[in-house]
Design a protein around this ligand. Sequence first.
Ligand code: PMP
Length: 404
Amino acid sequence: MSILTATRPLDRVADFPAIPDGWAYLDTAATAQKPQPVIDAITRAYDTTYATVHRGVYQRSADMTLAYEAARRTVARFIGAGSENEIVFVRGATEAINLVAQCWAGTQLKAGDRILLSMLEHHSNIVPWQMVAERIGVAIDVLPLTDDHRIDLDAMERIITPAHKLVALAHVSNVLGSVLDARRATEIAHAVGAKILIDGCQSVPRIAVDVAAIGCDFYVFSGHKLYGPTGIGVLWARPDLLEAMPPYQGGGSMIDKVSFKRTTYAPPPGRFEAGTPHIVGALGLAAGINYVESIGLGAIHAHETALVTATREALSGINSVRLYGPADSAGIVSFTIEGVHPHDIGTILDEERVAIRAGHHCAQPLMESLGVDATARASFGVYNGPADVEALVRGIERVTRIFG
Ligand code: PMP
């Protein structure tokens, strides 16, 4: 269950100084702990190499510009984009989805059009669409889940119509860990002429992603779940779509020429990056990607799958525990214990030095459809091992003893 097949074996103590021995950090779906190479890249960037990008005439700034644009190329290669010009740096997945909602849906959709989401979406893949839908007079339809908690693509085939202009779905659910067949979802969307956005927040740290192979129109993710820093994320879009989209925010860097008579805008991706960007964030994200690639996503996925299987097996032996999500969940296990509020589970586990997430996980419609207010969620990362699963199971056994 260790990352034995990894290109480079993982040294948890050396690689993750923020995880003390004996602390089971099981909240990677919320945010990943940072490997030393990411911390080093950030420190170096603020240290002797720091300067602004894109406008300096001096060498330090020119070098920083090269590093910032190299980070964009790293992201492009990582997700199989055709060119770095298809990569827009944003604050995170939330901003990326709001950008597409305002600049694509907000300009392309008209009253009577429809948007298709699913029951398991994160609030950040629901609310931005509701905001634009309300303004324009667009209706939102919701795909149900299968019995084993996947987005039901057979239902998608039945429900979708040519009135649906946009589909937005999570590649991996942040609550259930269910993996979407993104290629099939894309084919179904495209068959009626709809565009499709895939929310890759939970997929990019866990499974290899190739936007060209998926064939989707938009792909978004946050850097901090991919072992990079907070405050940086990615919008990938097909170049023709980016080209046709108006700017998201106005300011420096996103212009071609400014005058009080008429202002023209820079081509993508600069058009969508108003203001001084999160330079160090981009460099940290690239370091996170390099780190993940040095282990290999195949090895990471196999490792997390083994941890999920061990956890589900152990928890299914405890009568009062109810498990959610499919058996082949990618790195995430949600559960409840009969008669115990998930917050109490989280508090008792914390006493046992096990960190999990308890709550609605920004997925209230999903909670309602599961018939619960909240769940407890354990989510894994590259640094977890069998000892973390054992600590979790021991802690849950204690919870069941305390609550009788
Ligand atoms: N989508 C999913 C599936 C997520 O897990 C998250 C983060 N929990 C988001 C979107 C939003 O990401 P962020 O808060 O980093 O913008």
